[in-house]
Design a protein around this ligand. Structure first.
Ligand SMILES: NC(=O)c1ccc[n+]([C@@H]2O[C@H](COP(=O)([O-])OP(=O)(O)OC[C@H]3O[C@@H](n4cnc5c(N)ncnc54)[C@H](OP(=O)(O)O)[C@@H]3O)[C@@H](O)[C@H]2O)c1
Length: 167
């Protein structure tokens, strides 16, 4: 079972990631960076997150793997898997970079298989109903890169941090 996946997420001050199946605050600069990093690679998403994408379609120019327990779920252009065993079979021989892209349930289940986390911090506290584990307080993770605060076109401060799993 591989343990080299990369988690990528945007979080607020409380590690909130979403509310009512939407992002807390879409940051255009971060969405561009997300596209640049993941393009040409492989992303893993839960069915609910896939349905937040434009037209509820997989993102172009990358392999999209969607997790759902619904055996009759069909999504053109995505690889559909129904459990973690099938997910790990599907990615076993993948040579590119594999990004774990949420949402909450997928982050929770796949965090133990991630070696790195790209976290976009948003310097706000929102009313969130979905969260990521707080990596600042986790004994398993260490902050290895801390970006500068930047002002987004969306009128919030954000920065890019990087965490590594402790060996
Ligand atoms: N801030 C960020 O970076 C970020 C990134 C992504 C998402 N989000 C936010 O996160 C929220 C969505 O998170 P969520 O936890 O509600 O949904 P989710 O993780 O995107 O999707 C949950 C669904 O995935 C399927 N699933 C999960 N684990 C599975 C497993 N082991 N086997 C088979 N299927 C499995 C199930 O689909 P079925 O119900 O079809 O069986 C489940 O209902 C939204 O608010 C979204 O905007 C935030």
């Amino acid at each position: 079972m591989r343990k080299d996946l990369i988690l990528i997420a945007s979080v607020d001050r409380n590690w909130g990631i979403g509310k009512e199946n939407e992002l807390l605050k879409p940051i255009p600069e971060d969405l561009k960076r997300f596209a640049k990093l993941t393009r040409g690679n492989l992303i893993i998403v839960g069915r609910k997150t896939l349905e937040t994408f434009p037209n509820k379609k997989p993102l172009p120019d990358r392999v999209n793997i969607v997790l759902t327990r619904n055996e009759s779920y069909y999504c053109e252009g995505a690889v559909v898997v129904h459990d973690l065993d099938s997910l790990f079979s599907a990615i076993k021989d993948y040579a590119g970079t594999i990004y774990v892209c949420g949402g909450e349930s997928v982050y929770r289940q796949l965090l133990p298989y991630c070696s790195k986390a790209f976290i976009t911090r948003i310097d706000e506290s929102y009313d969130a109903d979905k969260h990521l584990e707080n990596l600042d307080e986790s004994p398993d993770w260490v902050l290895t890169g801390q970006g500068q605060w930047q002002e987004s076109k969306a009128s919030v401060l954000f920065r890019y941090d990087e965490f590594d799993r402790k060996s």
